[in-house]
Design a protein around this ligand. Structure first.
Ligand code: ADP
Ligand code: AMP
Length: 215
């Protein structure tokens, strides 16, 4: 099964991707995570995209398409895939189709996670992740069970994203509506779109996604 999780920043794509990975053995391909990893390790690519990401603007299509192509050529290319945060433009969607085609793979479904703007801002402003395993938490809706200790791996180190600030969130939201929302029509026309209410609790959303995917 190869799926896209489509939705605005903070919709819960990463959270739901991790659940699908655990339950169905799929591989999560998050271009945001790949770009942040490049930034942290100080590669040329990381340095090149740092300012754009801090502002909340989109990185150029060729860069993210290149990252996904690399993954498809590697081990991930043999597995079922969850695309998280990719594609974000029509050019990226076309490129993904070509890349999957070349691998003899097909896109099964595009889960559109619907969450309103007020909830997105609330979610993004409380987000933090485990620095070791990447588990996603929220100050109010999903705190760690034991204060300061990751439920999944026991690490005591956590990070907050530099771009999770009010100004960058405003830019990211407007970029979503301008560049990415047109993909909803694009995938609807292909009969792949599966809209899901993303406003419920994490478990409820996971249940709706399972239902939408028939798994
Ligand atoms: P995205 O990957 O779409 O940007 P995340 O999965 O990182 O979104 O979720 C953003 C924030 O919202 C995180 O702090 C996460 O814990 C929280 N969150 C995710 N899903 C829900 C939900 N269904 N209800 C409440 N909070 C959620
Ligand atoms: P995310 O982790 O998906 O919220 O992405 C964080 C940031 O990385 C975005 O605000 C963009 O600057 C950049 N980014 C991630 N994925 C893409 C993509 N598919 N196309 C362009 N920029 C991206």
């Amino acid at each position: 099964m190869n799926i896209i999780l489509l939705g605005p920043p903070g919709a819960g794509k990463g959270t739901q991707a991790r659940i699908l990975v655990e339950e169905h053995g799929l591989v999560q391909l998050s271009t945001g995570d790949m770009l942040r990893a490049a930034k942290t390790s100080g590669t040329d690519l990381g340095n090149k995209v740092a300012d754009v990401m801090a502002r909340g603007d989109l990185v150029t299509d060729d860069i993210v398409i290149g990252l996904i192509a690399e993954q498809l050529d590697g081990e991930a290319g043999e597995k079922g895939l969850i695309f998280d945060g990719f594609p974000r433009t029509l050019a990226q969607a076309d490129a993904l189709e070509d890349l999957l085609d070349k691998k003899g793979k097909e896109l099964d479904a595009v889960v559109e996670m619907r969450v309103d703007d007020d909830a997105l801002v609330e979610r993004i402003s409380g987000r933090f992740t485990c620095a070791n395993c990447g588990e996603v938490y929220h100050d109010k809706t999903k705190p760690t069970s034991q204060d300061g200790v990751c439920d999944k791996c026991g690490s005591t180190e956590f990070v907050r994203r530099a771009d999770d600030n009010a100004e960058s969130v405003r830019v990211r939201l407007s970029s979503y509506y301008r560049n990415t929302a047109p993909l909803i029509g694009y995938y609807h026309a292909k009969g792949k779109l599966r809209p899901v209410d993303g406003l419920g609790e994490v478990d409820e959303v996971a249940r709706d996604i399972r239902k939408a995917l028939g798994v």
